[in-house]
Design a protein around this ligand. Sequence first.
Ligand SMILES: Cc1cc2nc3c(=O)[nH]c(=O)nc-3n(C[C@H](O)[C@H](O)[C@H](O)COP(=O)(O)OP(=O)(O)OC[C@H]3O[C@@H](n4cnc5c(N)ncnc54)[C@H](O)[C@@H]3O)c2cc1C
Length: 444
Amino acid sequence: MTVRGDKADVRPGLPCTELSGFEPQLTAEERALQQAVHAFAAEVLRPAGRALDRMTAEEVIAPDSPFWEVHLVAAKSGLGDGPEAGDDVPPALLARMAAVAVEELGWGDAGLAVSLGVGGFPALMARRAGTPELADLCAGRLGCWIGTQPDRGSDGLSLYPQERHPSAPHGNKGNLTARVRGGDIVINGQSSAWVSNGPVAQVGLASIAADYGAGFYDEEGHPRGIEVIVPLDLPGVSRGKPLEKLGKRALPQGEIFFDDVKVPLRHALSTEDAYWRGHAATWSSAGVAMGQLMTGLARAAFETALAYTHERRQGGALLAEHQLVQYRLGRMGSQVEAMRAVSRRATEYTALSPARHPYYTAQSKSLCTDLAFQVADEAVQLMGGNGLTREYPAEKLFRDARAARIEDGENHLLTMKFGHLASLLHQDGRLGAARQRGDGRGDH
Ligand SMILES: Cc1cc2nc3c(=O)[nH]c(=O)nc-3n(C[C@H](O)[C@H](O)[C@H](O)COP(=O)(O)OP(=O)(O)OC[C@H]3O[C@@H](n4cnc5c(N)ncnc54)[C@H](O)[C@@H]3O)c2cc1C
């Protein structure tokens, strides 16, 4: 307590904060990682993201596009990958460091952050599946995840047969399928136009329906599946045009076609009954990352609005000096803090729980992306007419946030799936009852 004259000054000083808000304390390692990824996000991702946003989808993937420079710098620095298991870091610390790093990437540019993340996804999932030879096959090749198809969007995310609409005779196998015969997997059909990195990826992790000789459906009418690593320079692979879209324009997306594409069975990461856990693991990882990177996007929108309210004067004062504006900033800031807390909890749970589950990470993804959209929308609103113009970054953040509410599972459906999981957990009248059962299709 300081004393001025005869009056005690009991006002508290400003609290201790980091780039990522009200951290109790980042370790020296975490802070060093945060600052390194932040510099990459500020100096490479953000300017490239703004430039790519104004290009056509064809220009984004042209040989002279800044898109390639981003991947080159990320590959050289290794920052796009973040820390990984096996780096001799305890799992809890690893989870926190990943959350800290991915938030910075999302702060830089959410579309490019997805491109970097999914670019290394086949290699990451091959490592996690304990198949180092497949991880080596993917190393140094730009990756993608092939999950959705023209006729199988939300339907591809159902883990339980009872989630099927009651009037459907069986599940939906979609338009891209595998036949497993002898030692080979033969793939036919096409992906949706939404495959991130689809127009340029060199290797894909495909999560698709499979026939092992007894048809595509199991006795409950649910499609059997396979997760398989597919080099995308094989005969029979072709691509559609890159997609023009509202947000995340720096992220190239497009269809991939497969005409009798043959890969050896050893390219499978999961088959038959093990498929469900493999598919769940893939989906959990993606859901966790979305919460982290959208926290970064929301923080960027908050900071943009905050800066503007300290420049713009209306009503005889800076916007930031008006109580109503302070209330609105307070709400945005608390939404960002809530996103960080929720996404870190999902990160830790997924890294440390003995039986993680993608319907839990689904709620983190849907909550964080809905909140990011609200924060970006309020950033536009706080900046008045300027918020709508391309001169300021808010409108791009708003468009990028909009895309994320559909990406990686549409938010209503994801929330419904969390509700389905909650109802399964409550079957015995209490949440803890399933702990002993451990019988779900979770990702153990
Ligand atoms: C930016 C972005 C990146 C993406 N990246 C990838 C990627 O890398 N790889 C990939 O494979 N896919 C990717 N996707 C695709 C994404 O996963 C799908 O768009 C998403 O799962 C929704 O599927 P859909 O678009 O077919 O919508 P649909 O499933 O057709 O849904 C349309 C609407 O119908 C509602 N609906 C659907 N089913 C039901 C139901 N049973 N009951 C009630 N309502 C229902 C939904 O809530 C939604 O509002 C990406 C999408 C975006 C936008």
